[in-house]
Design a protein around this ligand. Structure first.
Ligand code: BJW
Length: 226
């Protein structure tokens, strides 16, 4: 096969690398209120709390290694003669660490800083503070370069174009609770793509997929790729 494949990934693909998901029983949203740490309003109220949250996650992510699912996707991309775009909701760099090249981080990246004044982006230091100076405009208005609730995800034009041309859409390790990613299956289906969900258990969108396979990503993804 040499058609166009769009692969959406979520926190579940990195779970077996030791990075926590959000909505599972021991997920991040059981320990933190998302209104405090994942909204612009929460950041305005208490920037230190939000910076601590992301500094700790950056440190965890720096220790994590890609698993067999990330590696299988990188192998697929290297061997494939068609086009593959990985759209990840994850802010870790495990797809890149595994060797994937065509990766779009729609919810931003832990290893990037963003200036709230001029929107410049630069490599994040290990420990970020909101009064760090922007290297471009010198404002003390630094924030994590991640997409919070109420903000527009990165790359929506590229993603929309890719979904409209996709022959195959595969969703891996995402709960289907967060928009706009939760709508991608419907969009891809509308344009005629075959759709597959690989998840630990049925997601909120499972009934939308033409095909579903359930189990840990380190098993289902290599099995699907081979
Ligand atoms: C395994 C596994 C294993 C476990 N193997 N699988 C009302 C209705 C509709 C929409 C809205 C609404 N009110 C507000 C909205 C919009 C809002 C939204 O969706 N809210 C919902 C909560 C209802 N969305 C937004 O605000 C977004 N922006 C937006 O819509 O802008 C408008 C616009 C868009 C486009 C064009 C024009 C305008 C922004 C959303 C930002 C989300 N941000 C976060 C934080 C990012 C930074 C960070 O990482 O801290 O992104 S929240 C969090 O959720 C994070 C994730 O990327 C995202 C999705 O989570 P994910 O990856 O699915 O993880 P989980 O934990 O939910 O699921 C894990 C899954 O893995 C589970 O299914 C497990 O079973 C599975 N799993 N182990 C395989 N080993």
């Amino acid at each position: 096969m040499n058609g166009r494949i769009v692969i959406l990934t979520g926190a579940g693909i990195s779970a077996e690398s030791g990075l926590g998901t959000f909505r599972d029983v021991d997920g991040l949203w059981t320990k933190y209120d998302l209104n405090d740490v994942a909204t612009p309003e929460g950041f305005a109220r208490n920037p230190n709390l939000v910076m601590d949250f992301y500094n700790a996650r950056r440190a965890n992510a720096a220790e994590a290694e890609p698993n067999a699912a990330h590696e299988a996707l990188a192998r697929l991309e290297a061997d494939y003669t068609g086009e593959i775009l990985i759209v990840t909701q994850n802010v870790d760099s495990l797809h890149e660490a595994a060797g994937s090249k065509n990766v779009l981080h729609m919810h931003g990246a832990l290893n990037s800083a963003l200036c709230n004044a001029c929107h410049h982006r630069w490599p994040a230091p290990a420990l970020m503070a909101s009064d760090d100076l922007c290297p471009r405009c010198n404002a003390a208005a630094t924030r994590p370069d991640v997409v919070w609730f109420g903000e527009i995800p990165y790359g929506m034009d590229v993603i929309g174009e890719a979904l409209s041309k996709a022959d195959l859409f595969v969703s891996i390790g995402t709960s289907g609770e967060v928009y706009p990613a939760a709508n991608f299956v419907a969009e891809a289906d509308r344009y005629g793509a075959h759709t597959i969900e690989l998840n630990l258990e049925p997601s909120a969108r499972a009934s939308r997929f033409a095909e579903t396979r359930f189990g840990p990503a380190t098993q289902t993804v290599p099995e699907w790729v081979n």
